[in-house]
Design a protein around this ligand. Structure first.
Ligand code: FAD
Ligand code: DLZ
Ligand code: SF4
Length: 506
C-alpha cells in the first residue's frame, strides 16, 4: 500500500481531493465510526445515526468504484475510538508509505492532523478541500484591510465569480438581494410540502440498533428516522424541494408556524455539510429552475445567497478567528442554559415548539434558531459557549465551522459585531408578527410586564437597559435605547422587576 487515505465523516464526496490524489488499484481507504467524535459533544441520536448510515453507504459507493475500504464500525473488535489511534492501528497493519487526507472542516481535527506525521513517523499529505467556493486564505485576503466585514459585499463577489444569476457583470433583475420581499408570515396550508421520507435498508437498520444501544442517553428521538443516507436519495430529496417548496421559499423564509417544522425550507444542510450534495451544483439547479420559469427570482436569489453567501462567509470567519472564537463573550453573559432547552418544558409556546421539533427531528429552521432559541438566550444572558455546545449537539447539520459563527457571531453578537451588523434581539411583537405561536401561548404577547406578560418583552427592554453602552453605537439599537429612556420611571422599574423575577425562575 502506498497511500492510506483517511476519509472523515463529513467527507462523503467521491471527487474528494484525497481520493483524486490516490489510486484504487494501489491505495487503501480508511473510514471509522469513532467514540471520540460521537462524544466530544454528545450529539443528537438522529445526527449520529444519519452520519454513520451515510458513512457506511459511502464506503459501499467507494467499493463499487473499485476502492479497497477498511470501514471500522463503532462495535468492531478493531475499534480504537479516535482518529489518531485508529490511524496508528491501520499504519501498523498495512505499512503505507504515506497518509493522505483532505483538510479537516474544523480546527480541533485540523490540529490533530498536524501531530500525525511525528506520531506515526510517516509523511502526511493534507490536501485542500475544494468542495467550498472559497479558501480560508482567500477569505483572509478579502477581509484584510476592510473596516467592516459584511456578508453582502462578500456575496456580490461570489455572484460575480460563479456567474450565478448574472447578466454580464450585472445581477439579474437589477438588484443583488430581494430580501425585502421575503418577510411574509405564512398561513396554515393543507398542502404544505414535506421533505421526502426514505425507507430503512439493512445498513440503516443496523445503524439504528447500534445507536439505540450505544447512545440511548444522548438527547433526541432516534425514530422516526426519515433522512436520505445515499447520494442518490439526497439528490432526489433536493430535486423534490426545488419542485415543491422552493417556489415559496423566498416569501416565507422568515415565517414560523405551530406544527410545521419545515415550512418551505430545503432541509438539506445535513447533506451539504457531510458531502452528499455539492453546493455549487445545487445552486446551478436552482438557477436553472428560475430560468425555466418554475421558480420566482426572490426565491432563487434567496436560496443561492444562503449557500454561496452565508455558508461560505461563516466558514471564512471561522478560519479567520480560530482558535479563540469559541470563547467570544462580548456581553459577558454567564447564565447557565435553562433546562427547557433539553426538556421543552416551558410555558413559552414558541420556545416549546422550537425545542420539541429539535428533539424530534434534529432540525429547526433558521428563524427558529435565530429568533426563538437564539434570541431568548441573548436576552436572558446565557453563556454563549454553553449555547454553542447545545447548537453543535442538537442539529443534524451541525459542524463547528458553520455552527460556531452562526451562534457566537450572528445569534449572540458575542464577537462584538465582527460577523453581524447588529444584535438579533427582538421582543414578542416580532415573534407574533412572523408566527402563530402567540395565539396559543399562556403568556400575553401584548403585555410588557407582570406575571402574564410575554417574557420576551421585559427581557428585551431590560437587555437594552443593561447593555446600553455596548449596543448604543448601532443606530437602530440607539433608537431602542432612547425608547426605553422615554418610558416613565415606574414602567422602567416594572420592566426591571419583571425581567429579574423571570430570570430568577429559570
Ligand atoms: P434552508 O433554509 O433551506 O437554506 C438553504 C441552505 O442554505 C442551508 O441548507 C444551508 O446550507 C445554507 N444556509 C442558510 N443559512 C445559513 C447560514 N446562516 N449559515 C450557513 N449556511 C446557511 N447551519 C448549518 O448548516 N449548520 C449549523 O450547525 C448551523 N447552526 C446554526 C446555529 C444558529 C444559532 C443559527 C442562527 C443558524 C445556524 N445554521 C446552521 C444556519 C441555518 O439555520 C441552517 O443552515 C438551516 O436552518 C438549515 O436548514 P435548511 O437546510 O432547511 O436550510
Ligand atoms: C460528527 C461526527 C460524528 C458524530 N462521528 C464521526 C465519526 O464517527 N467518524 C468520523 O470520521 N467523523 C465523525 N463526525 C465528524 C467529525 O466529528 C468532524 O466534524 C469532522 O471530521 C470535521 O473535521
Ligand atoms: Fe413566545 Fe411570547 Fe408569543 Fe408566548 S407570547 S409564543 S412566549 S413570543
Amino acid at each position: 500500500v502506498q497511500n492510506l487515505v483517511l476519509v472523515l465523516g463529513d467527507q462523503l464526496t467521491p471527487t474528494l481531493t484525497s481520493l483524486a490524489a490516490s489510486d484504487p488499484a494501489r491505495d487503501r481507504v480508511l473510514m471509522a465510526e469513532l467514540h471520540d467524535e460521537a462524544n466530544y459533544v454528545r450529539h443528537h441520536k438522529k445526527k449520529i445515526a444519519f452520519l454513520f448510515s451515510a458513512m457506511r453507504h459511502f464506503a459501499e459507493e467507494l467499493r463499487g468504484a473499485g476502492w479497497t475500504v477498511d470501514y471500522v464500525t463503532l462495535d468492531a473488535p478493531g475499534h480504537r475510538g479516535s482518529f489518531t489511534a485508529q490511524l496508528a492501528a491501520a499504519v501498523a497493519e498495512h505499512r503505507p508509505e504515506r497518509i493522505v487526507v483532505t483538510e479537516a472542516g474544523e480546527w480541533r481535527v485540523a490540529e490533530m492532523m498536524k501531530g500525525w506525521g511525528e506520531r506515526l513517523a510517516l509523511p502526511v499529505d493534507i490536501l485542500p478541500d475544494d468542495r467550498f467556493l472559497t479558501t480560508p486564505s482567500a477569505f483572509r485576503e478579502w477581509a484584510t484591510g476592510r473596516k467592516q466585514l459584511r456578508m453582502e459585499y462578500f456575496y456580490r463577489d461570489m455572484r460575480r465569480r460563479t456567474g450565478l444569476l448574472m447578466e454580464g457583470d450585472q445581477p439579474v433583475g437589477g438588484r443583488w438581494n430581494f430580501d425585502a420581499e421575503n418577510r411574509k408570515p405564512a398561513d396554515v396550508d393543507l398542502f404544505m410540502p414535506r421533505p421526502r421520507a426514505y425507507a430503512h435498508d439493512a445498513i440503516t437498520k443496523d445503524v439504528l440498533s447500534l445507536v439505540a444501544a450505544r447512545f440511548g442517553n444522548h438527547f433526541g428521538d432516534l425514530e422516526p428516522f426519515r433522512y436520505a443516507v445515499t447520494r442518490a436519495d439526497a439528490e432526489a430529496a433536493f430535486a423534490a424541494f426545488v419542485k415543491e417548496a422552493l417556489p415559496r421559499f423566498g416569501d416565507f423564509q422568515d415565517a414560523m408556524l405551530q406544527g410545521e417544522p419545515f415550512l418551505y425550507h430545503s432541509v438539506v444542510a445535513q447533506y451539504l455539510n457531510c458531502g452528499l450534495l455539492d453546493p455549487l451544483r445545487v445552486c446551478r439547479q436552482v438557477e436553472e429552475a428560475w430560468r425555466n420559469g418554475t421558480v420566482p427570482l426572490n426565491a432563487a436569489e434567496g436560496f443561492i445567497r444562503q449557500i454561496i453567501g452565508w455558508r461560505e462567509y461563516v466558514r471564512g470567519i471561522y478560519w479567520l478567528k480560530m482558535p479563540g472564537y469559541e470563547r467570544s463573550n462580548f456581553f459577558g453573559h454567564d447564565r447557565a442554559l435553562p433546562d427547557f432547552y433539553w426538556t421543552a418544558e416551558t410555558d413559552m409556546a414558541c420556545v416549546r415548539a422550537a425545542v420539541t421539533q429539535t428533539k424530534e427531528e434534529a432540525y429547526a429552521h433558521h428563524i427558529q434558531r435565530l429568533m426563538i432559541t437564539g434570541n431568548f438566550a441573548l436576552l436572558a444572558g446565557i453563556d454563549p459557549h454553553e449555547l454553542h455546545e447545545w447548537y453543535l449537539m442538537v442539529y443534524a447539520d451541525a459542524y463547528e465551522w458553520v455552527e460556531l459563527p452562526n451562534t457566537v457571531g450572528m445569534s449572540q453578537f458575542a464577537d462584538g459585531g465582527l460577523l453581524a451588523s447588529k444584535p438579533y434581539a427582538a421582543s414578542g411583537a416580532y415573534i407574533n408578527r412572523m408566527s402563530n405561536y402567540c395565539a396559543a401561548c399562556r403568556y400575553d404577547v401584548k403585555q410588557r410586564t407582570g406575571p402574564n406578560a410575554c417574557p420576551f418583552n421585559a427581557l428585551y427592554w431590560d437587555f437594552m437597559a443593561r447593555h446600553r453602552d455596548r449596543v448604543g453605537r448601532n443606530p437602530r439599537m440607539a433608537q431602542m435605547v432612547r425608547s426605553y429612556d422615554n418610558f416613565p420611571a415606574d414602567e422602567r422599574a416594572r420592566i426591571a422587576e419583571s425581567a429579574a423575577t423571570f430570570l430568577a425562575s429559570l
